[in-house]
Each structure stands twice: as C-alpha cells, then as structure tokens.
Write a protein that binds this ligand. Structure first.
Ligand SMILES: C[S@@+](CC[C@H](N)C(=O)[O-])C[C@H]1O[C@@H](n2cnc3c(N)ncnc32)[C@H](O)[C@@H]1O
Length: 205
C-alpha cells in the first residue's frame, strides 16, 4: 500500500521546483492538445484544467483570444498556493477529485498527466461528461502512463503510488461508454524508448 497520496507527493515537488520541470516536460504535448481541442470549439469558450499543478496551462489557455474564462483545480494545497502567488487574479480551486464539481459547466476540460492518479478514473469520465461539460463541449486528456508506453510501467513502484494502468483501447472505450462521441487518440512525441503522450479527445453531443 502506498504511504503517501498523489497530492502529498506533488505538494513536495513544489518545494523541489519540480512543478516547473513538469511545465517544461509537458509543454509540447499540451500545445498539441490545445490545438486539437480548438479544432472542435467554435466562438468563445470557457475551460477548466484538471490536476492543474502550479496553473501554467490555465495561464497559457487564458491568453488565447477565444478564451473567455480559464480556471484550474488541484488537490495539492501547495500547488494551488503557488498558482495563486504567480497569478493572484486567476481562478484556482483547491479540491480533491473526484469529489468536487465546478460552479458552472465549461466548454473545454483539459487535463495533462492527472487522471490515472484517481482510483476509478473510468467512472469519473461519466461525471465529466454529465456534470462538467456543456453540450458541444470537449474533453481532452494527456497521459504518459499507459500500457503501450512500456518505460512508464515502473512508475507505480518508483513513485510509491497506486496508478490506474490501462491500454489506449480501454481509455477510448471508457470515453465512449461515458457518452462521448467522435472519440480519437494520438501519440505525441514518440521516440525509440518512449511511446509518447497518449492524447484522448471526445465531444459531448
Ligand atoms: C503529474 S502532476 C501534473 C500537473 C500539471 N497538469 C502539469 O502538467 O504540470 C499531477 C497533478 O495532479 C494532482 N492530483 C493528483 N491526484 C489528485 C486528486 N485526487 N485530486 C486533485 N488533484 C490531484 C497533483 O496534486 C498534481 O498537481
């Protein structure tokens, strides 16, 4: 059994400056994810970033001309404190998922390297579809830990955490079963020993 929770672990990472390391490491995948999401959205949109860490993606999305509201939620108090320190006017919620819903449904849910830390992420997809998104809204997820990415399979042991380890097909079926349509997946940034970030996208029709 893990003796630390994911939010405690990542809270400790703030003190080590590793939240900024994640920004550098995840940036190219997030840029791809944003471009794919924008293809599915028309007009002004609102967005929430799940497991937003220090909020760097929230601020990146806020700068897009079509974005009317960008917010983030994270279960680590230290991550959220840092986000608010960097951006005092930003909307950052400190909440442990899945036991929270945003005050208003949004047009876009973005999440990079968060969802597999949940105990039952597949079930949470239904909640995201039914209660978090507006009709026509879009969910986009980025994951580096999944079965086809073999070099990520040691992470539960090295991090000392229980992670939800699924194949890309299981994730895609999960999105479809949750009610999403036009479900698609991509692998971004593949190299010889790295299968890339698995990007999953679906629309609420
Ligand atoms: C790998 S970090 C990714 C952070 C950010 N998305 C990025 O790319 O830099 C995972 C984040 O998910 C948060 N997290 C993990 N489990 C959570 C939960 N149950 N509820 C809310 N946040 C959680 C952690 O606190 C951490 O900030």
């Amino acid at each position: 059994m893990p003796n630390i929770t994911a939010t405690e672990l990542f809270g400790n990472w703030v003190d080590l400056g590793k939240d900024e390391g994640m920004e550098k490491g995840h940036n190219s995948s997030v840029e791809f994810m944003i471009s794919k999401a924008l293809e599915r959205l028309s007009g002004k949109f609102t967005c929430i970033d799940l497991g937003c860490g220090n909020g760097w993606t929230v601020r990146k999305i806020a700068k897009l001309s079509n974005c009317s509201e960008s917010s983030g939620v994270d279960g680590s108090n230290r991550m959220i404190s840092k986000a608010k320190q960097l951006d005092p006017d930003g909307e950052y919620y400190h909440a442990k998922l899945p036991n929270w819903t945003p005050p208003n449904p949004v047009n876009l849910i973005h999440s990079m390297e968060f969802i597999y830390y949940l105990e039952d992420p597949i079930n949470f997809l239904k909640d995201l579809h039914n209660n978090w998104l507006t009709k026509g809204g879009c969910l986009i997820l980025g994951l580096d830990h999944y079965i086809e990415n073999e070099s990520s399979l040691s992470w539960p042991e090295s991090l000392g955490l229980k992670l939800a380890t699924f194949s890309s097909e299981v994730w895609k079926d999960g999105l479809r079963d949750a009610g999403f349509s036009d479900v698609a997946s991509y692998q971004v940034g593949e190299t010889e020993n790295w299968a890339g970030t698995l990007v999953l996208i679906g629309t609420k029709t």
